[in-house]
Design a protein around this ligand. Sequence first.
Ligand code: SF4
Length: 362
Amino acid sequence: MDNKRRISRVVRIGRVPIGGRFPVAIQSMVKAKTSNVPAALGQIRKLQSAGCQIVRLAVKDLADARALKKIKQNCRIPVVADIHFNWRLGMEAIEAGVDKIRLNPGNIYKKEEVVALARAAKLKGIPIRVGVNSGSVRRKNAGLMKNKVQAQEMVKSALEYIKLLEGAGMRDIVVSLKASDIRQTVIAYRLMAERCNYPFHLGVTATGPLFSGVIKSSIAIGSLLLEGIGDTIRISLTDEPQQEIKAAKGILQALGLGHFGPQIISCPTCGRCEVDLVRLVNDFEKKLGAAQASGRGKFPKELEVALMGCVVNGPGEAAEADLGVAFGKKEGILFKNGKPVRKVSFRNCITELLKEIRGKKR
Ligand code: SF4
């Protein structure tokens, strides 16, 4: 994977570097109003403990912009201000000490305003994300589009904006090209990858509720990451922000681009299965998550645990994982590092696995 990676310019978002060969960073966005500092900080804390590395907040008015200072003072992860329409809010956010600002070329585009923002950000060493969104690409760039903004128009819009920023001496630029159509999103990033070496923030916009949102994001973001494109990701979901982090970790872990704890491999079950594997896997996932969140005991970040319903494929999969159980009737064989070690009962299986995981040296 790393050989294929698009090596972009390194840009630092506070203490988190993105681009180059740095790991793909996970980010999310606060859903509370920014001026409601306690609510915003409460969400940030939850995001932090879920594993969020960069957090973005909407800046809708002056009260939001002014709240950023307090939020920044009480936040351990880098803070990004999301600015639309009013360039002066961007200036306030820079003054408040945020670690990055996101500008939308569709609604802040006057040359003098963009240049003023670029100069102010450069003076403070703050990067700017050129955040193109298909829904707000300016009609000037939209050419013959009908209902759907074309990926080429998104790229054109980003390139024009980058030119303005570069003209003002800004080089710490991050680019995003989000559409709700996943093909359009993928094409836009691919095209952009041929046109610049700035790091990319990947995302699909307005993906919908949890299930469909995770599917759309996994396809688009996963495809790009497989091609080596992408330096930071945000999974937009109409759900709790912590779910975005869970989904982001799942995508990175499935691609082998990050390890966030033991990964469960389990069969779908069929008529050969003689135990309630679905219940067991769900219970195991919950208990594993709770045990990790409790902070008690050491959990290896990189470990595969296979739970298989019968002896057809079970022993093979269980033996390939670091730990595994292939079930028969009411009991199963526990495998460790490819070797069968002992029998475990269905009832005690989870406790036994958790003990094994805690004791596993990696
Ligand atoms: S491992 Fe066994 S129970 Fe599970 S799906 Fe395959 S054949 Fe069915």
